[in-house]
Design a protein around this ligand. Sequence first.
Ligand SMILES: *Cc1c(COP(=O)(O)O)cnc(C)c1O
Length: 370
Amino acid sequence: MTKTPKFSRIVEALPPTVPFVPPEEMERQFGRKVILRLGANESSFGLSPKARAAMEQAAEESYLYGDATSHELRTKLAARLGIGTQHLVIGSGIDELLGLIARAFLDPGSGVTTSEGGYPTFNYHVEGYGGVLHTVPYRSDFYNDLDGLARSARETRSRLVYLANPDNPTGTFYTADEIARFRKQLPSDCLLILDEAYVEFAPEDQIYPIDPDDPQVIRTRTFSKAYGMAGARIGYAIAHPEIVQVFEKIRNHFGVNRMAQAGAAAALEDVEFLRQVVQGVKKGRQEYEELARKTGVRAIPSHTNFVAIDAGSKENAQALLEALWKQGVFVRAPQAAPLHRCIRVTIGTPEERRQFAAVFEKIMQTSPTS
Ligand SMILES: *Cc1c(COP(=O)(O)O)cnc(C)c1O
């Protein structure tokens, strides 16, 4: 056996996990083609033609580094959000920003609170920087347990508490008042990470208002979901200026490529495209809810571009997942109780939804989940 130089103690102790097995890898492992790709909440509605044109233009300039300060995009975002550019940091997706947050705030052994079965990439970064995860189960109605999260944050003296709102993998949403109440319950040395990957799908008048000078809240948002630019890898965080300045010390300054920056800036301008996506997704959610009802199961009310369907038991959910995969339908199923009763299905195009409904109904007829 070869003997490598020593790894760091933190890395040495890490479990050999990756947060997600990508569908491409599943295709290779199982020797089966994905026919309906509805497992990663990518936008079936694609990206804005204006974003695409801007990216094509930028592709020709790809021999140049991108603007390390993402000045144009930050200026546009700041104007849109009614904040200053000093409140914004751009990253190659929320996933990268979550890593920066963990690195900026955690010492080895620092406590972190999140929901059990919540967004796994966050946990991956926390462990990668030596943090210790404290998890709180979801409530039986599949909502994050806000009181439980706040209690855990206090009891474990967590430095970070993570909440996705709207939530992944359940699709549930907490209103501004509920988040405000939660925020007040947190100890003064605990940072709330509000992951708003799906915020564009939430009711605008019920979103927790941005207070960019609150030093205890950092919000993460992305162009991957509603804007349909997951492969371009670009997202942003809204934070107190001091936190943004600390990110300057540790971030990968040229990590957000030129095409992504140009595409995101153009996408922001295409308000009409975004409106159509949000409308299309809303219609798709209604169809999935109806499909669930028709087949004797229940869809959890969603404020995202996916719907979690409660199959009644873990066994049912696993059987459903496998039956769908045999038909080339890629969806995911959360593993932690009580979410393990569900499968999570991305809202496809009208044609994808029709295909999904046909396969789903057939499976439910031959092996009813009861
Ligand atoms: C999809 C998703 C992300 C990842 O966003 P990227 O910007 O593509 O890295 C982060 N958080 C949640 C809750 C998500 O669902």
